[in-house]
Design a protein around this ligand. Structure first.
Ligand code: ADP
Ligand code: ADP
Length: 228
């Protein structure tokens, strides 16, 4: 069963000085409920643009996106409520604690049982000991886990991670992979972007390879690697 469906998605950034920039040409893909789907591609391929369209921060030029049958144009709120985004960049208020940050996020989504949800999610990402510490005192790995926690507060069925391990060391990478797999085992559908083949191979059941706004291959990880 498909949870996300993308048809003929196109994005052109218009810029008076620099001219038009075709970021997504004609993207077609379906993501199945419960899978870990990888979007693999070099810098500039269009991965972040795709995520930002789902997040609602970039407006598509053409095409259709739907989540569980909710159309992004007609039901943007339902689409956004179904998706949790873990951004690439760690951009946290240094003086907020994990607990404070998650409670604010819960407030944003109108969640009633703020304390219970916050406790559960802090436990899930192993930050219960740091619940009340300032974000600036957390290690790089803890900050990444906190970003993941933030994306989970409204309990979205799909979590999208933008280059989850870009620029992190081997140990932390393994740790993040473990956390993502755990989340998937809890029933969350995962989409991750990466430019590491090795990461896609380790994590994903299916992979789409994106290049210059076009999907150049889409298959199970096994089939894809057999062909390379
Ligand atoms: P990726 O995440 O795969 O590195 P992006 O989605 O960031 O790719 O970028 C795809 C293309 O769109 C690139 O050519 C990039 O320069 C361009 N692009 C991204 N954001 C903007 C923007 N705000 N304005 C103009 N062009 C952009
Ligand atoms: P990523 O590696 O995640 O794709 P980038 O470093 O390409 O991120 O982009 C960082 C920021 O710059 C983003 O907000 C993106 O929208 C913007 N950007 C990227 N390419 C362009 C471009 N050609 N013109 C204007 N803004 C751009």
């Amino acid at each position: 069963k498909n949870i996300l469906s993308v048809k003929n998605l196109k994005k052109i950034y218009s810029n008076k000085q620099a001219g038009d920039n075709l970021a997504l040409n004609d993207l077609n893909l379906d993501v199945k409920e419960g899978e870990i789907f990888g979007l693999l591609g070099p810098n500039g391929a269009g991965k972040t643009t795709f995520i930002n369209i789902l997040a609602g921060t970039v407006v598509k030029t053409a095409g259709r996106v739907s989540v569980w049958g909710f159309d992004l144009d007609k039901n943007p709120r339902q689409v956004r409520a179904s998706v949790g985004i873990v951004p690439q960049e760690v951009n946290l208020d240094p003086f907020f604690s994990p607990r404070k940050l998650l409670e604010l996020q819960a407030g944003l989504y109108g969640i009633k049982e703020k304390d219970r949800i916050t406790d559960t999610i802090l436990k899930l990402v192993s930050l219960e000991k740091q619940a009340n510490s300032y974000a600036r005192s957390l290690s790089g790995g803890m900050k990444r886990r906190l970003l993941m926690a933030k994306a989970l507060v409204h309990q979205p069925p799909i979590v999208i991670l933008d280059e989850p391990t870009a620029g992190v060391d081997v140990e932390l990478r393994q740790n993040l992979w473990k956390n993502v797999k755990l989340l998937n085992e809890l029933g969350v559908t995962i989409i991750l972007t990466t430019h590491y083949l090795e990461e896609a191979e380790e994590m994903c059941g299916r992979i789409a390879i994106l290049n210059k706004g076009n999907i150049v291959a889409l298959d199970s990880t096994k089939n894809l690697l057999d062909r390379i």
